[in-house]
Design a protein around this ligand. Structure first.
Ligand SMILES: [Zn+2]
Ligand SMILES: [Zn+2]
Length: 203
C-alpha cells in the first residue's frame, strides 16, 4: 500500500493512559490493524470512525492511535461489555470488525495464577510484584502476537453513522444554563435541560 500511515509508538498510548496494561495493548493492536487494513492516506483522523463495545483501558489506546474521539463525534460507545471494535473508513465505506478471539488466560496462562494470588487475603508484597511483572509480560505478549491470532478480523458492511452536526442551543427555563436543543425537554411549553426535567419527573 502506498502512502502507508505511520502508527504512533505504544509509548504514546502509555503517556496518555497513565500505565501499561493488557487492555491498552489490545486497543493498540486493534487500532493498528484497522489502520493497516482500511487506511489510504495519512489523515486518518477525519476519515476514521470507531465503534467500541466496551469502555475499558483499550478505548484510550484507540483514541490515541486513530484520533477518533468523543469530541469529534467519530468515537461511538456501545455498552455491550465486549472486546469488539468496528472501524469504518468513511471515505471508502470499508468497515472492519475486530473481536478479541483469545481470553487473557489463554494468551498467558501464568497471568491468571499470579493474579489470583496477588488478590488473595494472604498476598505478600512479592506476590504483588510477581503480578505486576506478569501483567507487563502479558501486555508484551499482546503487542507481539500476530494480529490474526489475537483477533478475529472481518470486513463487514455497515451503515455509516452521520457525521457530527452542530445543534443550536436553548436556555433552560429552570437553571438558565445553555443546552443543545436536541437534548432539551419540554415542560409546560418551556425548554428545560435533562437534569432539571428529571428533578421535575421525580416529584
Ligand atoms: Zn489500563
Ligand atoms: Zn436546567
Amino acid at each position: 500500500m502506498e502512502n502507508k500511515v505511520n502508527i504512533i509508538p505504544f509509548s504514546e498510548v502509555t503517556k496518555f493512559h497513565g500505565h501499561v496494561c493488557p487492555g491498552s495493548a489490545i486497543g493498540y493492536r486493534a487500532a493498528e490493524t484497522a489502520i493497516n487494513e482500511l487506511s489510504s492516506s495519512r489523515s486518518i483522523d477525519e476519515e476514521f470512525l470507531a465503534i467500541v463495545e466496551n469502555d475499558s483501558c483499550s478505548v484510550d489506546a484507540i483514541q490515541v492511535v486513530t484520533g477518533c474521539t468523543f469530541g469529534k463525534g467519530n468515537l461511538i460507545f456501545k455498552d455491550h461489555g465486549k472486546q469488539v471494535y468496528t472501524f469504518v473508513n468513511r471515505k471508502t465505506g470499508d468497515a472492519l470488525r475486530i473481536s478479541l478471539s483469545k481470553g487473557i488466560d489463554e494468551i498467558n496462562p501464568e497471568f491468571g495464577k499470579v493474579r489470583q494470588k496477588a488478590f488473595s487475603e494472604s498476598a505478600s508484597s512479592e506476590d504483588k510484584i510477581k503480578f505486576e511483572n506478569q501483567k507487563n509480560k502479558l501486555s508484551e505478549n499482546i503487542l507481539e502476537m500476530p494480529a490474526d491470532e489475537l483477533f478475529k478480523i472481518e470486513h463487514v458492511k455497515i451503515e455509516i453513522p452521520q457525521e457530527a452536526r452542530i445543534f443550536p442551543s436553548v436556555k433552560c427555563a429552570k437553571c438558565g444554563e445553555m443546552v443543545a436543543e436536541h437534548r432539551a425537554r419540554v415542560e409546560n411549553g418551556n425548554f428545560v435541560c435533562i437534569p432539571c426535567f428529571e428533578d421535575y419527573s421525580r416529584t
